[in-house]
Design a protein around this ligand. Structure first.
Ligand SMILES: Nc1nc2c(c(=O)[nH]1)N[C@H]1C(S)=C(S)[C@@H](COP(=O)(O)O)O[C@H]1N2
Ligand SMILES: [Mo]
Length: 390
């Protein structure tokens, strides 16, 4: 009853049916539920992986009390963040193809059939808008281009929740269409089926090509194919990239001053103040660990320096201490990072003085940088000046 009443209320007269609203206004056989369904399935997979790995990265950087991210396996974050950026990039051609295949539905007649249809159509706004926003801001971010005023991680994070919410509604609304249009049919494929298959193959090929030409920024064996990757991982001082230079961070001249001291204080029995020579005189340890930037590039290097845990022992810090690692950098979000108890206790968490046996370049954090296993690049603080123990 209610349904029929709303229907009558909403149904516009047939005379309004003009332009793209005419039946038969769109002629391509590829504007079709089968094509849309298979693309939707592919997007469902890439979006789910991208959302899960993005959420994980967010939780590692802003851990609520119930989350403890382990320090092992050392290269895990490199894999999860590599997947985040790779699935995001692969989603771009998939989404464009999907939008193209379904856009005639914008002019569906009547524009609104009933309340459920209205809700379904309204959720397209956050779904399409959110998806385009996420893929565009993500792509711009990894290209180190920030054509906006808002804070990227917060905007990207909240848009992801909105998009995934709208996606769940969309999957629910389209489930039946998906099931019927992807069901196996007994009839032999006709010319349209062949066209559809070819179109999907081309889109899959484009998605594969995007992946193949970017994943080399984190997956070494494909490094030579990384033609579309915004970062060459072998370019930069000492043969690897720099995101923030010493000049950009404003740490000159403090970083090269002979007055440099590393302070270890807070909840300790013996606060320390160590010169660079003092640090070199302490037992030196070595670890091979990646820098895994949130932007998707990563490089593995062998680092030498003093283990954080040796410094904690020297200062008489309590067991399971958490450590705030601060930089000479005075402004900016990455001037400090937190070492959880697990990371602080890991023998491979170093205050590195050298990389590959060479003194650190100023842009890689001279005189001292943090490098620890299984951490996002943004938490590998450079130009370290203080450890505050709690
Ligand atoms: N003090 C400070 N440390 C920092 C940053 C920063 O901006 N300031 N950037 C971080 C980021 S985003 C990354 S990916 C790594 C990069 O280290 P690299 O320049 O040695 O390659 O350093 C991290 N350490
Ligand atoms: Mo980074």
């Amino acid at each position: 009853m209610v349904r029929r009443a709303t229907r009558r209320l909403l149904e516009p007269p047939e005379t309004l049916r003009r332009g793209p609203f005419r039946s038969g206004a769109f002629t391509s056989k590829l504007h079709d539920a089968r094509v849309a369904s298979w693309l939707g399935l592919a997007l469902g997979v890439t979006f789910t992986i991208c959302f899960a790995t993005g959420l994980l990265s967010h939780l590692i950087q802003h851990p609520p009390s119930f989350v403890t991210w382990p320090s092992r396996p050392a290269g895990l974050y490199r894999v999860t963040q590599g997947l985040h950026v790779t699935t995001g990039l692969a989603s771009i051609p998939l989404l464009l193809a999907k939008l193209w295949s379904v856009y005639p539905h914008l002019w569906t007649w009547p524009p609104v059939r009933d309340v459920a249809h209205l809700v379904e159509r309204i959720t397209l706004l956050p779904l399409v808008g959110g998806s385009l926003f996420l893929l565009f801001t993500g792509l711009a971010n990894i290209s180190l281009w920030y054509p906006w005023r808002f804070f990227f991680p917060a905007g990207h994070y909240w848009a992801a929740w909105i998009t995934i919410g709208a996606l769940i509604v969309h999957v629910g609304a389209k489930w039946t269409v998906f099931r019927t249009s992807t069901a196996r049919r007994r009839v032999a494929p006709d010319a349209t089926d062949v066209d559809r298959r070819r179109f999907l193959q081309v889109i899959a090929g484009v998605g594969g090509l995007v992946t193949l030409t970017t994943v080399g920024q984190t997956f070494r064996p494909l490094r030579r194919l990384a033609l579309l990757a915004p970062r060459r991982t072998d370019v930069g001082p000492q043969g690897f990239p720099v995101n923030k230079s010493a000049a950009g961070a404003g740490v000159l001249p403090a970083a090269v001053s002979p007055a440099y001291r590393l302070i270890v204080d807070g909840n300790v029995e013996r606060p320390l103040s160590l010169s660079l020579a003092d640090l070199r005189a302490l037992p030196q340890r070595e670890a091979t660990l990646p820098i895994a930037c949130v932007e998707g590039w990563s490089v593995s290097k062998t680092w030498q320096g003093v283990a954080v845990r040796d410094l904690l022992d020297l200062a008489g810090a309590p067991a399971h201490a958490e450590v705030v690692v601060s930089s000479l950098q005075e402004r900016g979000l990455y001037k400090a990072s937190v070492l959880s108890a697990a990371h602080a206790a890991d023998a491979d968490t170093l205050l590195a003085l050298d990389v590959e046996g060479e003194e650190l370049h100023i842009d890689h954090g001279y005189p001292v940088r943090l490098i620890g296993p299984n951490r996002p690049g943004v938490m590998q603080t450079k130009w370290v000046s203080r450890l505050t123990i709690s």
